[in-house]
Design a protein around this ligand. Structure first.
Ligand SMILES: *[C@@H]1O[C@H](CO)[C@@H](O)[C@H](O)[C@H]1NC(C)=O
Ligand SMILES: *[C@@H]1O[C@H](CO)[C@@H](O)[C@H](O)[C@H]1NC(C)=O
Ligand SMILES: *[C@@H]1O[C@H](CO)[C@@H](O)[C@H](O)[C@H]1NC(C)=O
Ligand SMILES: *[C@@H]1O[C@H](CO)[C@@H](O)[C@H](O)[C@H]1NC(C)=O
Ligand SMILES: *[C@@H]1O[C@H](CO)[C@@H](O)[C@H](O)[C@H]1NC(C)=O
Ligand SMILES: *[C@@H]1O[C@H](CO)[C@@H](O)[C@H](O)[C@H]1NC(C)=O
Length: 478
């Protein structure tokens, strides 16, 4: 910060009315008393908010990194924000320690990654108002819109230099990196799904060919609608590109065994941004890592009956140990995890939402647990009312997905249905299956996992039908 610092002056002039004649009776005294109370009330109700605003402005807190991100021009910082669809708004808050200026388009210089035609920068035309906030709207171009929604441009990096020279000098460079689109981004609370599913992986026959599955367990769909399946009884993880009949082995597939090129009863899977696969190699009691296109894996932790597996933003893993009834957290620099939750009755697959809350299916307690920030204590967020077919009950849930509204989608395995369970509700509604165990396309037989693609189409790992079903989303009511 250099240069002169204009000062904010809050001045209040109080006008006092004077009475020109003597007041002689109590009625007038009462009226005057009432009037002073009312005036005092109004003065306070104006002053207190002003004081509060001032206090808040002078005590800035770190803003949450959302797509509408508040940044301070007082420091050159790295801003990571989400470019979700067509536009994103960056609010530049001028803090009280920084003088107030007016940004004009000329003063905002933007440069872009050479391969992109980056947003034209538009500023709001109004000068900074008393809320001291200037919004800069980055209007995305046609190409970027298409690319982001097609998930073909996930690594765009653009630099926006905000150079202000009016009343002060400050230059901050902010790197804007759109995050990867997330599964389920397209969901809304009123969405429905086709009652009839289509088979998108496996043929529904028990077998070991590349167009077959044997008891699929976990399923994950990336932003390109590539489906990853832990093909439990085939001891492999296999992926299907959209529309393909034949899958491609990503890990294992070399027979049952404990060598580094083998898996034994794989369960939970994590696929990171580089296509590196992490797999809960349950019967081998270990977690394996397979880099993209590798022919062998390596062990990141062992001595754990790993069933559920998720990874947080810091690179730590949460692993459910089905045999010990525990959930373990494994830091990125460690090979032995710490138990963070115990005394569960067969914890199966888990989910870590975008707010870093961990959800655990506690299968034989017929409930789903939530751990805020991935730490105990837990709360029961679905089920927990014995096993049963009521809409407030679950029966042996094995998989869960949670969207940005914190609505749960539960593979209610022994009820052969998928339930949607909004946050804070005591019951759910059936969005797929629920027509008894069977192999028709409105049925499933032991669904073990549920997930979504970016658009919100629903995918179900139909364990005993040896297939993955896809139910198209219907956004008419969204
Ligand atoms: C992020 O952007 C999306 C799409 O523009 C919008 O619906 C959503 O409300 C934004 N999120 C926040 C936290 O503002
Ligand atoms: C830019 O585009 C060219 C041609 O499409 C490509 O070869 C190159 O790798 C791209 N550069 C980056 C940094 O993505
Ligand atoms: C999705 O497809 C694009 C374009 O083919 C590719 O660059 C990107 O790596 C793919 N994403 C994943 C996770 O494989
Ligand atoms: C993905 O690969 C890039 C380039 O090698 C690396 O910088 C980044 O850390 C990797 N991401 C993860 C999650 O490993
Ligand atoms: C791993 O990192 C954590 C904190 O980041 C630290 O407390 C711990 O000692 C480290 N463990 C090892 C084995 O270095
Ligand atoms: C989508 O939902 C709407 C409203 O419930 C319904 O009228 C319409 O038939 C549905 N479309 C499909 C393709 O199922």
């Amino acid at each position: 910060m250099k240069g002169p610092q204009p000062v904010h002056n809050y001045s209040t002039t109080l006008y006092t009315s004077s009475c020109s004649r003597l007041l002689v009776n109590n009625r007038w005294r009462l009226i005057i008393l009432a009037l002073s109370v009312i005036i005092t009330f109004f003065v306070l109700s104006i002053l207190i908010p002003i004081i509060l605003v001032y206090v808040i402005e002078t005590n800035p807190t770190e803003a949450p990194m959302t797509n509408d991100t508040t940044i301070s021009t007082a420091k050159a910082s790295t801003l990571t924000t989400i470019l979700p669809t067509t536009t994103t708004t960056v609010y530049t808050t001028v803090l009280s320690t920084v003088s107030i200026g007016t940004f004009t388009s000329d003063e905002i210089v933007e440069t872009a990654h050479p391969n992109t035609s980056f947003p034209e920068v538009e500023t709001t035309t109004a000068p900074l108002d008393s809320s001291e906030t200037q919004s800069i709207v980055l209007s995305t171009t046609e190409r970027m819109t298409t690319s982001v929604s097609d998930a073909t441009m996930t690594s765009i990096t653009s630099t926006i230099s905000i150079i202000t020279s009016a009343n002060f000098e400050d230059s901050s460079t902010h790197i804007v990196t759109p995050s990867l689109p997330r599964p389920g981004d397209g969901l809304c609370s009123a969405a429905t799904w086709a009652r009839i599913g289509v088979t998108v992986a496996g043929l529904g026959e028990y077998g070991g060919n590349l167009d077959q599955l044997r008891n699929p367990s976990a399923v994950f769909v990336d932003e390109n609608q590539t489906i990853y399946v832990s093909d439990n009884a085939n001891n492999r993880v296999i992926k299907w590109h959209i529309g393909d009949r034949y899958g491609e082995i990503v890990a294992g597939g070399n027979g049952l065994g404990a060598n580094q090129n083998q898996l034994y009863g794989p369960r939970g899977i994590v696929v990171d941004e580089n296509g590196t696969l992490f797999v809960a190699d349950a019967e081998n009691r270990r977690v394996q890592r397979w880099f993209r296109d590798a022919s062998t894996g390596d062990t990141i932790t062992s001595d754990i009956y790993a069933h559920g597996l998720v990874q947080d933003d810091d690179g730590s893993f949460y692993i459910s140990d089905r045999a010990r009834g525990e959930v373990v957290k494994l830091l990125p620099n460690e090979t032995v995890g710490q138990t963070i939750l115990s005394l569960l009755n067969h914890p199966y697959l888990m989910f870590l939402d975008r707010y870093q809350s961990l959800y655990v299916t506690d299968r034989d307690n017929h409930r789903v647990l939530k751990l805020e920030n991935g730490a105990a204590p837990f709360s029961v967020v679905a089920g927990g009312a014995n096993d049963g077919v009521g809409l407030h009950q679950l029966n042996g849930p094995e998989g869960v997905f949670v969207d940005k509204f914190e609505t749960l989608y539960i593979a209610d395995s022994y009820n052969h249905r998928i339930l949607r369970w909004p946050k804070g509700k005591i019951s759910g509604d059936v969005i797929a299956g629920g027509n008894g165990p069977g192999a028709q396309f409105d049925q499933m037989h032991l669904p073990t996992d549920v997930t979504f693609d970016v658009e919100g189409n629903l995918y179900v790992s139909d364990h005993n039908n040896h297939r993955v079903l896809r139910f198209a989303i219907n956004k008419t009511l969204c």
